[in-house]
Design a protein around this ligand. Structure first.
Ligand code: 5AD
Ligand code: SF4
Length: 433
C-alpha cells in the first residue's frame, strides 16, 4: 500500500500554489493523496505568518494533531511555509512532536527529508530557487497559478514577507513561457501570474525585460482566454503597464492595488514609497483607459501612530476611489519588523472600531457598484456547482466578481454569457442568455 499524505494550507495564493508543488513531489515519490486527513501517514501544515491570527490558527491545528499523534505514533507531522522559515529550530524545540520542517525556498528538499536525510530542518534561503524544477499537482484543469517572481525587497514596516520569503528574484521569461505553454496544451483557460510585487518583474535578470513586456510575450500563447496577476505595488505601477493591459484582450479588467492607508504620514512610516495623491493619480490613469476596470485593495487600520485624523483619510480614500472590494485588516505586530519599535501603538478596541467602520462603508459601496451592473450581459468562466446551492452554477466575471446562475453542470469549465439580474453585496445573480 502506498503511503498517504494530506496538506493543510493556510494563508495566501502563494501558499496554495506552494502546496501544489508539495503535492507534486509527494506524487513523484510514490505517495498518494489521502481522502481525508484521518487516513494520512504524513500531514503537512503549510503555514502563514502574515498576521498573528494566522499563526494562532496554525498552533491550534498543531495542538489537535498532537492528540492524533498520541493515538497514532506512526503519523508524521511536517511544517512548511512562512512559520517554518521564521521560527526554524525554535519550533521543533517548542513542539518536539513535529517530525521536520522546510521553508518556501526548500520545497525541493522534501524528498530528502522524507528519507530521513538532512536532519529535521531545511530553511536556508536559496537565491537560485527560481531555477529549480519542481513537479506540480494542479487541481481542476481550468485555472492555474504561475510564479513569476519570489520574495520581496520592499520592507514595508509592518510586513514579515521579506524575512520569510527572502530577497526578490525573477524567473527567466523563457521558463514562465514554457510553463504556460504546457498549461495551454493541457487545456487551462485562466492563468494568474503570481509574485509579491509583479510590477518590479525583471530586476536582476540578465535579459532586459519588464512586467509589461512579459505580459505581451505570454499573451501570444494560444489557449488560455484569461490572464490575471497579483500583487501589484502602486509605486511601480506604470503607464507602460496600463498600455499593455489596454492592448492585450486576454488580460482581465481587474487590478488589485494595495493602498494600505489614506494618510501620507502613515504611508511614510509604513515605508510604502508613495503618497495618496500619487496613488490616486494611478487609479485615474487606469480609469481613463477603462472606466469599467474593477479595482480592489488591501487596507490596514491602526498602524502605529495612526490618529483619528489619519484614519479619516483612509475613509475618505475609500469614498473617493469606490473600490469593487477591499481586504481590510487590523495592524498586527510581527516579529523582526520595523513597525514594532514605532511609537503610538493603537488600542485593540480602537482598531476594531475602525475596522468595523470601513467594512460597513465598503459594503454599501460594493452594493451600489454591483447594482449598476444589473441588466448587463457579461462573459463568465463557469467553475462548477455553487457551494451554497448545488442546483446553481458559479463562476467569475472577467472583473473577478462571483456570479451565481441557473445553468447545467456541463457548463463547468466553459465560457458562458450571463445576464446580471440581481446585485448582492459580495456577489451577483444571473441567468444564461
Ligand atoms: N498587520 C496587518 N495586516 C498586514 N498585512 C501585511 N502585514 C500585516 C500586518 N502586520 C496585510 C497588508 C498586505 C496583505 C497581504 O496583508 O494589507 O497587503
Ligand atoms: Fe510585504 Fe510590502 Fe513586500 Fe507586500 S510589498 S510583501 S506588503 S513588504
Amino acid at each position: 500500500m502506498n503511503k498517504k499524505y494530506h496538506i493543510h494550507t493556510f494563508g495566501c495564493q502563494m501558499n496554495v500554489h506552494d502546496s501544489e508543488k508539495i503535492a507534486g513531489i509527494f506524487d513523484e515519490t510514490g505517495y498518494g493523496a489521502a481522502a481525508d486527513s484521518g487516513d494520512a501517514d504524513i500531514i503537512v501544515l503549510n503555514t502563514c505568518s502574515i498576521r498573528e491570527k494566522a499563526e494562532q490558527k496554525f498552533t491550534s491545528e498543531l495542538g489537535r494533531l498532537k492528540k492524533v499523534k498520541q493515538k497514532n505514533p506512526n503519523l508524521k507531522i511536517a511544517v512548511a511555509g512562512c512559520i517554518a522559515q521564521q521560527s526554524g529550530k525554535k519550533l521543533l524545540k517548542r513542539f518536539p512532536y513535529i517530525d521536520f520542517l522546510f521553508g518556501p525556498d526548500n520545497i525541493g528538499s522534501l524528498n530528502t527529508l522524507l528519507d530521513g536525510g538532512n536532519g529535521r530542518t531545511a530553511i536556508e534561503h536559496n537565491p537560485d530557487y527560481h531555477t529549480s524544477i519542481i513537479p506540480m499537482k494542479r487541481e481542476g484543469g481550468l485555472k492555474a497559478w504561475v510564479s513569476i517572481m519570489y520574495g520581496c525587497d520592499n520592507y514595508c514596516a509592518y510586513c514579515i514577507v521579506p524575512y520569510t520569503r527572502g530577497r526578490e528574484r525573477s524567473r527567466p521569461a523563457s521558463d514562465i513561457y514554457d510553463e504556460i505553454k504546457s498549461l495551454a496544451d493541457e487545456g487551462f483557460k485562466e492563468i494568474t501570474l503570481l509574485g509579491q510585487n509583479v510590477n518590479s518583474y525583471g530586476k536582476g535578470l540578465t535579459e532586459s525585460i519588464d512586467f509589461p513586456d512579459l505580459l505581451r510575450k505570454i499573451h501570444e500563447i494560444e489557449g488560455p482566454q484569461r490572464i490575471r496577476f497579483v500583487t501589484s505595488h502602486p509605486r511601480d505601477f506604470s503607464a507602460k503597464l496600463v498600455s499593455a493591459i489596454r492592448d492585450l484582450p486576454k488580460v482581465c479588467e481587474h487590478m488589485h492595488l494595495p493602498l494600505q492607508a489614506g494618510s501620507d504620514s502613515v504611508l511614510k512610516s509604513m515605508n510604502r514609497g508613495y503618497t495618496y495623491d500619487d496613488y490616486k493619480a494611478k487609479i485615474d490613469m487606469i480609469r481613463a483607459e477603462d472606466p469599467f476596470m474593477a479595482v480592489t485593495t488591501d487596507i490596514i487600520v491602526g498602524f502605529p501612530g495612526e490618529t483619528d485624523d489619519d484614519f479619516e483619510k483612509t475613509v475618505r480614500a475609500l469614498t473617493e476611489i469606490e473600490y469593487d472590494g477591499i481586504y481590510a485588516f487590523k495592524y498586527s505586530k510581527r516579529p523582526g519588523t520595523d513597525a514594532l519599535s514605532l511609537p503610538g501603538h493603537v488600542d485593540e478596541e480602537v482598531k476594531s472600531a475602525r475596522l468595523a467602520r470601513i467594512l460597513d462603508l465598503q459594503e454599501s459601496i460594493c452594493y451600489r457598484k454591483n447594482k449598476i451592473l444589473e441588466g448587463k450581459i457579461v462573459e463568465v468562466l463557469a467553475d462548477g456547482p455553487s457551494e451554497t446551492d448545488s442546483s446553481r452554477m458559479t463562476g467569475r466575471t472577467r472583473s473577478n466578481k462571483i456570479i451565481n446562475f441557473d445553468g447545467d453542470k456541463d457548463d463547468a469549465g466553459k465560457s458562458v454569457f450571463i445576464k446580471i439580474v440581481e446585485a448582492r453585496m459580495h456577489s451577483l445573480n444571473g441567468e444564461k442568455v
